[in-house]
Design a protein around this ligand. Structure first.
Ligand code: FPP
Length: 231
């Protein structure tokens, strides 16, 4: 089975920078540049959906200067990547409590989301002010407001209250930077995803590293809790 949806925890920008005597913000700048390269490689490898963890609900606790740089990078990414996204049929979406973002970032994102909304070749979803628990709570609150039925709730119905119900669950989660954690990312959607952790820091993660992850995925035996037909 090919990877249709790839999710990535882009970790290690800070350590990448520190090892080079650069500031953490320089690490994030290098990390932001890497996103376009990975989108290009992912398209080449036939992936249809990419979801990247750019800013978590917990990241607001970081020093104000670092948060400011990350917000600037998000605005720059939305504006600077727009022509490439339009040229390549890439659709931009976001998930998360994006109302918490500064107006300038929200405006840039909104523009790029609108301009690319009819593109269907590839979808990049950027998780911003995102938390897996927050998504479940937001979904439950929405459901409590909107749901009329008193039938028992099913997984399929609840899924409709998540931020992006139309996007299939990730086949593969890659975490760069070596930590063996999910860090509150896509808690519902990652239930049956394969995990791939690499010590490579995000600013060094490019086409070759993605290829290694996809080769590792191709060798996995996905059973979704059942038994494999081949055995
Ligand atoms: C983790 O590195 C990375 C982040 C918290 C943010 C990821 C952001 C980007 C790649 C750039 C901005 C995003 C967009 C969409 C333009 P870390 O700081 O936790 O690294 P460390 O674990 O080495 O300290």
């Amino acid at each position: 089975m090919p990877v249709e949806h790839l999710a990535i925890i882009m970790d290690g920008n800070g350590r990448w920078a520190t090892e080079r005597n650069l500031s953490r913000s320089d690490g994030h700048r290098a990390g932001a540049k890497q996103i376009a390269k990975v989108v290009e490689a992912a398209r080449e490898f036939g992936i249809k959906y990419l979801t990247v963890y750019a800013f978590s609900t917990e990241n607001w606790k970081r020093p104000a200067d670092e948060v400011r740089v990350l917000m600037e990078l998000i605005s720059e990414f939305s504006s600077n990547s727009l022509s490439d996204m339009l040229k390549n049929g890439v659709r931009l979406r976001t998930i998360g409590r994006t109302d918490d973002l500064p107006l300038i970032s929200r405006t840039a994102l909104k523009q790029a989301i609108k301009a690319t909304e009819n593109n269907r070749d590839f979808t990049i979803t950027v998780a911003l002010s995102y938390g897996g628990r927050a998504e479940l709570i937001d979904g439950m609150n929405k459901m409590l407001k909107e749901r009329k039925s008193d039938e028992p709730l099913t997984e399929a119905e609840f899924r409709n209250y998540l931020y992006a119900p139309d996007i299939p669950d990730p086949d593969l989660l890659i975490r760069t930077g070596g930590e063996m954690r999910i860090s509150n990312f896509l808690l519902w959607q990652l239930s049956y995803s394969e995990l791939y952790v690499t010590p490579v820091y995000w600013p060094d993660f490019g086409r070759e590293e993605l290829k290694k992850a996809l080769d590792s995925f191709a060798a996995r035996d996905r059973r979704f809790g059942g038994l494999n037909d081949k055995k």
